[in-house]
Design a protein. Structure first.
Length: 122
């Protein structure tokens, strides 16, 4: 419940700034349907100056496990002003950072954590 409340507060704070929020649902676990949603999100943000992406550990695992999603996923995340990955394991956090470093050609990737379980990511 605390995570859900924190996610809702994050969405509210981001939207209060006028930033579009794209949120994947925990039910987005079919890789093909997830890929289609990523492409729809990319179409939605073409005209946006700024947007944020929220994704759970369940969904990011599906995306990272299916390489055909990587080009569009990388583009979506790279161009976002913020990416929030929640309810994720330390290994998943590290995978996201590694994925983004690879996708951006080794650029510095900022990752913020609040505990010892975030060491792999940072």
């Amino acid at each position: 419940m605390a995570t859900e409340q924190n996610v809702n507060e994050s969405v509210d704070a981001i939207e209060d700034k006028g930033t579009k929020v794209l949120m994947f649902e925990d039910s987005d676990t079919d890789a093909t349907l997830l890929y289609e949603k990523i492409k729809r999100f990319l179409d939605q943000v073409k005209a946006e100056k700024e947007y944020a992406v929220l994704v759970s550990g369940i969904v990011i695992a599906v995306a990272l496990d299916n390489e055909f999603t990587h080009p569009e996923l990388g583009l979506l995340l790279k161009n976002a002003s913020s990416v929030v990955v929640y309810r994720s394991s330390p290994g998943q956090k590290a995978q996201v950072v590694t994925f983004m470093k690879k996708f951006t050609g080794g650029k510095v990737t900022l990752a913020i954590g609040d505990g010892a379980n975030d060491v792999n990511m940072i």
